[in-house]
Structures are given as structure tokens and as C-alpha cells.
Write a protein that binds this ligand. Sequence first.
Ligand SMILES: *[C@@H]1O[C@H](CO)[C@@H](O)[C@H](O)[C@H]1NC(C)=O
Length: 394
Amino acid sequence: MFLWALFLIALTASYLSFQIFVDSGSRYFTSSWGGIHWEKQVRTSAQIHRQNGKVVLVTGAAGFVGTHVSLALKKRGDGVVGLDNFNSYYDPSLKKARRALLTSHNVFIVEGDVNDAKLLAKLFDVVAFTHVMHLAAQAGVRYAMENPQSYVHSNIAALVTLLEACKSANPQPAVVWASSSSVYGLNEKVPFSESDRTDKPASLYAATKKAGEAITHTYNHIYGLSITGLRFFTVYGPWGRPDMAYFSFTKNILQGKPITVYRGKNRVDLARDFTYIDDIVKGCVASLDTAGKSTGSGGKKRGAAPYRIYNLGNTSPVTVPTLVAILERNLKMKAKKNVLDMPGNGDVPFTHANISLARRELGYKPTTDLPTGLKKFVRWYLSYYGYVPGKVVN
Ligand SMILES: *[C@@H]1O[C@H](CO)[C@@H](O)[C@H](O)[C@H]1NC(C)=O
């Protein structure tokens, strides 16, 4: 009898804990959106303030590129609605500060996950988006070894959820999304051109971006979605991502902490085609402006829709030691460098974009070199983190 009672109690307890789990699961998705006030905020943010303006859903709007693209669109009079899950891959307070910046320009960011199909359906129900700028992603190359599933969740599952929503929307929006220069993987032929093979990814991050290019192609082929994939090359600048080398180097140099500088095979310096954020924004906006229409409705396409892929780089790779020297000059401080051989954990030795296709078809023409762009970044960094120029605070 006692044992039987114990068994019943255990059964009830496990049922209850399961219920709590299910509840909190759905609460995670539904708590922060919905309601009349919320819908009004979404509609207001989506309002167009110029002739033939676009109405753009920007995913990852509290991210680095997302914030800048949202601002640029809003400033020229397009309607913009942001979407971001504010995850803690890096300091969420930086994302909240970016949101405050967007709020001051009347851009509303919906707090939610791209994997939430109900939320996406609701957004398309409330607003007839003409374009989707899909920038939400799990970034970072090395973090994939710590948390591989987050790359599948954000870069593959979320992409499919988003494309399903776009496919079902009527009218269908045109989709522009962030792929990555990392799809060129271990290629040695430089510069990297869009027609080069991309079947040797060196990281799970790169593999999920490559998968995204394949997945978007099927939605283009079957459902007539207009697709533009942008292969970004090492984007940097004000409001940037703290997980990137130029950002963490700046932090450590200011705090007098050592930085780790990786070196490739045969002691060759690593090099990156660093691309300034304002140039990337121009490429993103030009992609939206030149995107042809989607051709589908009701699960069928009426004709071929455009499928495009562009490199957005700077075409002038800079070595990492040169990057450090430029930072030292701007910060008026010397870095304590630990030079190490690059571990085989996903980084590639160099990147170099061929941008002639983007130049021809988007009018893309980067104008900011690394010294100029880093100067602007350092100025932003010092003011954002409250450093007094010339006075070093730990
Ligand atoms: C750059 O890409 C274009 C195609 O857009 C190609 O015609 C050209 O040969 C490439 N240039 C180099 C140096 O690889």
C-alpha cells in the first residue's frame, strides 16, 4: 500500500514536471509578442515615408549588421520591423543598446525567435512585407565546437522556418540573406569568385552557411522565391561584435592584457579582407533595391524568380599583425602579443574577395580602407565604454 502510494506520487510529480516543461516551452515563444498594443507598434514601425518605399522585415535587427541596415532603411523612408531573440552568445547589453538606438529612430524590434512559425505567420498577417533581410544567425567559427547545435538551430532550422513563412505569404516577399565568405573554406585560388567551388568548408559555421545557399535554392526553384545571398567578408566597425578579433584586441590592449595572434603554416601571417560596415550596408540596400520579385503564390510558382549570390568584400586583405599595429596607433598603446600557430579549429588562413559581380550588378563599391574604418571603430569603442581619451582605466 505504501509502495503503491509512493508510485502514484512519483507518477503525479513526473507528470507535473513534464507539464511545467511544456508550459515554459510555449511561454518562451509567446510571452513577449502579441496583443493590440504590440500590433500597433509593429504597424507603426512598418509605415513607409517615401514614394515606392519598401517594407522590410529585418531578422537579427539587434545584431551588428542588422542594426546598421535597419537604420539606413528607416532613414530613407522605408518601413522596417526588426526581429531578434536577444540571445546571450555575446553581451546582450550591447544588443539592448543597439535596440535603444533603433527605438530612437522609430524602428520597433519584435522580441522573438525566427524558429517561431506562429510569430512569423502573425507578422506577415499584420504587415505585407515586400522584402525580408535575413541577418539572424549563429556567428563565430570556433564557438561551433562548444555548441554545434546552436548553428543547426539558428542557421538551418530557423532559415527553413523563415522560408516557409515567406513561401506562404501573399504576396511573397523577396529575400536577401547573409551567407558568408567562409563558404570558400580551404580554397587557395585568390581572389574568391562566386563561381568558385565551395565544397570544402573548414568549420561547422561555414557548412551551415553553405547549406543555407542550397536550401534557399530549393525554395527559389520550387516556390518562386526571389533569393539574394550575400557572402560577407569580415565585417567590422562601430557597434560591432565583441567576439571578433579587432574588438577583443581593442579591449585587451586598453586593459593591458595580452592578445593572441595566430599564425598560419610556415609562419605566414593570417590575412582577412576586412570590410567596413557602411560599405556592407550599401551592398545590402542595393541588394534589396535590385531584387526581382518573387513569382509564387499558393505553393506554386508562375515563372522563374531570381537566385543571386554576391561577394561583399573590400578586395584588399590585411594581415593580422598589421591590424594590431593600426589599433596600437589609434589607442596610443602597445599590445602584448602572444604569437601562436593556428590550431586546426575552423579558421582559414586568408580571405580575399573578387567583387566584380557585385560592382556590376549592385553598383557596389567599397570606399573605406582598414585604417580609416578602425579609426571610426576605436572612436566609437572609447565613447561607448566610457574611456577618457589619453587616460587609461582598467
Ligand atoms: C572575378 O569575377 C568575375 C566574374 O564576376 C570573373 O569574370 C573574373 O575573371 C574574376 N577575376 C579574377 C581575378 O578572378
